[in-house]
Design a protein around this ligand. Structure first.
Ligand code: 7RM
Length: 624
């Protein structure tokens, strides 16, 4: 622990030297950098290692080939239990080169955006790295998003090429990805080409001149491709994430800073060892999958598992079946998955040999002390390190987390900042809160993995993250720091909710509900949910003449516009929303009532019509 403290102090007091040395040691450069951080949070022009040149795919592939070309890079755990495919670093390199040649032959050039709308199949990893090899920017859209959501993301990034699959297979169910892509791309004038991976073999429509099966093209492509020499600050990818306004943002990451941070944090937080089998159960469609299934582990030459299925297919033992089959050493998932499994009791866990496990990670939302303890005691047999890792799409990698075997843990706390990270709590006026305190979680300085901008909208980047507390990066999270300096994330303080560890803007859902003729007004808040952590609670003021069918219709609208993850758990009809005289919805009241908290609603004197509150309470109580 003293080592951690010394290195931490050193990493802050000598920040540039700390990161420059890491960058020189950990990355394979075509031209090594001479500088670390330039610019900062004042002009929002920060860059890292700006005069260096490299290629991200080289970090993940080429540099490992000589010493460990035959080592397994990716184990693909297919949807059906017991079905695995091992892909060596040599194989992966060849497949990435073929894909890069194919993309290039389809006209993809450095700087172009490529949309990947794929299930958890090896082609997704291959396509990511092929984009990186060419210098193209991938924009991965989670395969649970709807056609409309996919369309918006393709159009925003102006992608000319989309890669999808005939169908996804997940938990024994089929997801009609090609059909969804067709519906999306019909409304995307920018798309010229759709490449299709065959996964299920379903019969799908292929539009001549636009759609092509990918397999024959790949086998015809050469297995060598010279990596393009990229600048450190060239974008590596865009990933859309929700914010407090209706439109998702294309969070843009850099090449060198992101790659350094991904590899560095992956090795440190999971205490990576040469023969480890590392299993992150996230989907690559989210940032956790980008950084901790693909870029971090492959930069470290590790063996990483790509899991196509779900935690409950065919039963609650599935993860532990994989752990036993593959002798997994580190396992990383979200509290929502842990809760879903814990619901089924200890037996499904105990049924499998977990003696290979050493580190258990959690991410995506606060983990309650009870769930943390179950993860530690039952899954980890009380002998594994639990790492509660706090970070965001925008941070590129983990910022606050224990280090296994180093940091004494406390159930429910993400504990302490990693090296080079300087968290800061401020009150609502932006005053710094020292010592033991609760406040808004900010970062005082940049780190290499930090997102550089929002694609195409640097002003929005400035406003979203630096507008409220100028000179500081504001995370949108509330947090408590205890007497030992440990951080306890309390959840979002903005209009973002965390549903099953997925980030969702309440405004996104409201916009869809309000568009329905049966809805005069709508407000969406989070409410406690046993499995999801936060459920989606909707208040609507109905237009006249809409009967019982309305709620079902609204759920269908949301599913269509965003996807299954955004479908409301509860819809409550109300005679009106609690609004201030200036017309602002008082969400605080709605949040409290949705939690079943009817007393201490705070100051309601500014409400235009205080009587709606009792009607809302009565309606909520009546549902129980
Ligand atoms: C990695 C990821 C980010 C939001 C973040 C928090 C919440 C993430 C934790 C957590 C408590 C954690 N990216 N969050 N990790 N809350 N403890 N260990 O999830 O962009 O999708 O979401 O998730 O609110 O701001 S994300």
């Amino acid at each position: 622990m003293q080592d951690y403290k010394n290195t931490y102090e050193e990493s802050l007091s000598n920040n540039d030297a700390f990161w420059l040395e890491k960058a020189q040691q950990r990355l394979t450069w075509m031209r090594p950098p001479s500088v670390a951080l330039q610019g900062g949070f004042k002009d929002l022009d920060f860059t890292w290692f700006a005069d260096g040149q490299l290629n991200a795919s080289v970090q993940c592939l080429d540099r490992h080939l000589a010493a460990q070309g035959e080592k397994t890079a990716i184990i693909w755990a297919k949807d059906e239990p017991g079905e695995y495919e091992h892909i060596s670093y040599n194989d992966l390199h060849a497949r990435v080169c073929r894909m890069a040649n194919l993309l290039q032959s389809q006209g993809v050039e450095r700087g172009d955006r490529v949309c990947l709308y794929l299930p958890m199949v090896p082609e997704l990893a291959v396509a990511m790295l092929a984009c990186a090899r060419i210098g193209a920017i991938h924009s991965i859209v989670f395969a649970g998003f709807s056609a409309a959501a996919l369309r918006d993301r393709i159009v925003d990034a102006q992608c000319a090429l989309v890669i999808t699959a005939d169908e996804g297979l997940r938990g024994g169910k089929r997801v009609p990805l090609k059909e969804i892509t067709d519906a999306a791309v019909e409304q995307c004038p920018c798309v010229e080409t759709v490449l299709v991976v065959k996964r299920s073999g379903a019969k799908v429509a292929m539009k001549p001149g636009r759609d092509r099966w990918i397999a024959p093209l790949l086998s015809a492509a050469p297995a060598r491709f010279e990596p393009v020499c990229m600048n450190a600050e060239d974008p590596l990818f865009i990933l859309y994430t929700s914010g407090s306004t209706g439109q998702p943002k294309g969070v843009q990451h850099s090449t060198a800073g992101y790659m350094l941070y991904a590899g560095f944090t992956h090795e440190m937080v999971f205490d990576l060892r040469p023969d480890d089998v590392y299993f992150c159960a996230a989907d690559i469609g989210w940032v956790t999958g980008h950084t901790y299934i693909i870029y971090g582990p492959l930069a470290n030459g590790a063996t990483t598992v790509m899991f196509e299925s779900t935690p409950l297919y065919p039963n609650a033992s599935r993860y532990w079946q994989v752990v036993e089959d593959l002798k997994v050493s580190s396992f990383y998932t979200a509290p929502t998955a842990i809760r879903a499994i814990a619901c089924e009791g200890d037996a499904p866990v105990l049924a499998h040999d977990r003696s290979s496990l050493r580190v258990l990670g959690t991410v995506g939302e606060p983990i309650s002390p009870e769930v943390w303890q179950w993860y530690h005691d039952c899954v980890g047999e009380g002998r594994c390190s639990v790492v509660d890792t706090w970070w965001q799409t925008e941070t590129g990698g983990i910022l606050i987390s224990p280090l296994p075997g180093v940091t004494p843990t406390k159930a429910g706390s993400a504990t302490l900042p990693l090296f080079g990270i300087e968290p800061l709590l401020v009150d609502d006026e932006g005053m710094e809160l020292p010592g033991e305190a609760s406040g808004n979680l900010c970062l005082a300085r940049s780190w290499p993995g930090q997102a550089r901008t929002i694609y195409g909208d640097h002003e929005r980047f400035a406003k979203t993250y630096f507008g409220r507390f100028p000179g500081r990066y504001f995370t949108g999270d509330g947090c408590r720091r205890d007497a030992d300096g440990y951080y306890w994330i309390t959840g979002r303080v903005d209009d973002v909710i965390n549903v099953s560890g997925h980030r969702l803007g309440t405004a996104e859902v409201e916009a869809i509900l309000i568009a329905h003729p049966g809805v005069a007004e709508a407000a969406v808040v989070g409410c406690p949910h046993a499995i999801k952590g936060t459920g989606i609670y909707v208040y609507i003021q109905c237009a006249d003449g809409f009967g019982d069918e309305l709620e079902k219709a609204l759920c269908a609208c949301v599913r269509k516009a965003i996807g299954g993850i955004a479908v409301p758990d509860t819809i409550q009809r109300v005679p009106g929303l609690p609004k201030t005289r200036s017309g602002k919805i008082m969400r605080r009241i709605l949040r409290q009532v949705a939690q079943g908290n009817y007393t201490d609603l705070g100051d309601v004197s500014t409400l235009a019509d205080p009587s709606v509150v009792s009607a809302i309470i009565a309606g909520h109580a009546g549902q129980k």
